[in-house]
Write a protein that binds this ligand. Structure first.
Ligand SMILES: [Zn+2]
Length: 193
């Protein structure tokens, strides 16, 4: 089920503005594979687009604003990511797209980045869900952090060494708390003197 659908027949050369709420339920289903979750603190996002007919094509431009939760790479807790992504795609009716025949030269490598954002649609509806999804994912930092100075996974108190560990040493450079072990070691392998 697509959440962001525009009807081709509603769109003329003057264009039409759309504003879709971006619900938490959409984030949970569309972005689960990208390890993203809805951020309850950020509230509902919005997809606002302007759709305009350009010949047989439909030009869609706009933006996605939302708050999602990624996973902090250091502590594995939630990392809130504000999304503010631009959208820009030219939709051609599927019948208009001509694919190169086998053996025929393929010019697709000559396409500019602008032209690469070409999409197709069939029928009289265009679902923007895929481009909304892709553009959100493109906005994400490579290494999400819950906060800039995240210290990583906290070491539990009971497995932490004492703060002064290693600071006091005896003549042999051994922490006095290991005196017992040192004595035992000396008994087991007496120093050759
Ligand atoms: Zn973190």
């Amino acid at each position: 089920m697509a959440d962001f659908v525009i009807h081709v027949n509603d769109i003329d050369v003057q264009g039409k503005q759309y504003r879709f709420p971006l619900a938490a339920s959409w984030v949970q289903t569309a972005l689960v594979d990208a390890d993203l979750r809805a951020d309850p603190e950020a509230g509902e996002g919005v997809v606002s687009v302007f759709a305009q007919r350009s010949g047989a094509d439909i030009l869609v431009t706009g933006k996605v604003e939302a708050g999602v939760l990624a996973t902090c790479i250091r502590c594995l807790e939630d990392a809130p990511i504000p999304v503010n992504a631009e959208l820009g795609s030219l939709f051609s009716s599927r019948g208009d797209v001509r694919r190169p025949a086998p053996g025929e030269e393929d010019f697709s490598e000559d396409l500019s980045p602008e032209e690469l954002a070409r999409e197709t649609f069939s029928g009289d509806e265009i679902a923007l869900d895929d481009i909304v999804r892709d553009n959100i994912i493109l906005e994400l930092p490579m290494q999400p952090l819950c906060r800039e100075d995240c210290p990583g996974i906290a070491v539990p108190e009971h497995v932490k060494p004492p703060a002064d560990f290693g600071e006091t040493k005896d003549a042999d450079g051994v922490d006095p708390r290991f005196a017992g072990l040192k004595g035992l070691a000396n008994q087991l392998s007496p120093k050759e003197e």
